[in-house]
Design a protein around this ligand. Structure first.
Ligand SMILES: O=C(O)CCC(=O)C(=O)O
Length: 254
């Protein structure tokens, strides 16, 4: 069900492992960034196709994406979760074009991330409509307190090879987080989440922002894939630890 954004609740976040949807961006901002997203892809929002490009770390390449990743209305709840010192370390567009058949399996992000200690807060932001029909984000409340190892899924329909074994998933507790443009949902590094295929003609244009605290050390030798997608930007407060200076990010000029 689509709801009006409610204020961020740190109590809900601690109890359920998520809070939202929160109206983080105004409709005018969501509209502006929605257009910029398709412009960067070189596509019309009315005739969108498969992205066919790397969807990670656009905040390192596009100034508008950096502005989004550091938008005060998005970061304010993150500071309630993490405290005064906040480090932005990744951004990924989770774009599903109309009819994209892949689903994102139930998973816990921390299983992919070599960081010590394991502290992360994610802001999942939608620029357009994100509803059941186009494969909105799904969350299982209360799953954020412990870690469940991932297994090989062996499912060609899955966007990831690994995820949580079906026997640990209680679908009756899953929530479809339906959201309108500019809304944000916050969740932590262990909250079970995933999404179904986009069976509609509506593109799902959403992205995740990952934040942590300066004490966390990224163990870069253990990261798979393109390591350059991981860059640290101090977006609030001070960094008195300086543990990740070798992966400090640069703000794009334009
Ligand atoms: O957008 C989705 O469907 C999945 C998002 C996700 O896995 C994440 O933000 O960690």
């Amino acid at each position: 069900m689509i709801t009006q954004g409610a204020p961020f609740s740190i109590e809900q976040f601690r109890q359920d492992g998520f809070s939202g949807p929160v109206q983080g961006l105004t409709l005018a901002e969501a509209d502006k960034y929605y257009r910029l997203f398709f412009e960067a892809l070189g596509m019309s929002p009315f005739e969108p196709g498969a992205a066919g490009v790397n969807m990670s770390a656009w905040h390192q390449r596009h100034r508008w994406a950096y502005e989004l990743a550091t938008h005060p209305a998005i970061v304010d709840p993150i500071a309630q979760i993490l405290g005064d010192d906040v480090v932005l370390w990744a951004m990924h567009f989770w774009y599903k074009e109309p009819g994209n058949p892949k689903f994102i399996p139930w998973h816990q992000d921390i299983n992919y991330w070599p960081m010590e200690p394991a502290i992360n807060a994610t802001a999942w932001v939608t620029l357009g409509y994100s509803v059941t029909e186009n494969g909105c984000l799904r969350i299982i409340p209360g799953t954020h307190r412990s870690r469940t190892e991932h297994v090989q899924l062996g499912d060609a329909g899955s966007a990831f090879e690994q995820g949580i074994d079906a026997r640990y998933i209680d679908e009756t507790k899953a929530i479809d987080v339906e959201m309108t443009p500019g809304q944000v949902v916050y969740f932590n590094e262990a909250t079970f989440h995933g999404s179904k295929a986009n069976t509609s003609a509506i593109p799902r244009v959403a992205f995740s922002l990952r934040y942590t605290t300066p004490e966390v050390k990224f163990q870069m030798d253990d990261w798979g894939g393109d390591k350059s997608r991981i860059r640290t930007y101090l977006v609030r407060g001070v960094d008195k630890f300086r543990r990740n200076d070798e992966i400090a990010g640069t703000i794009p000029a334009e």
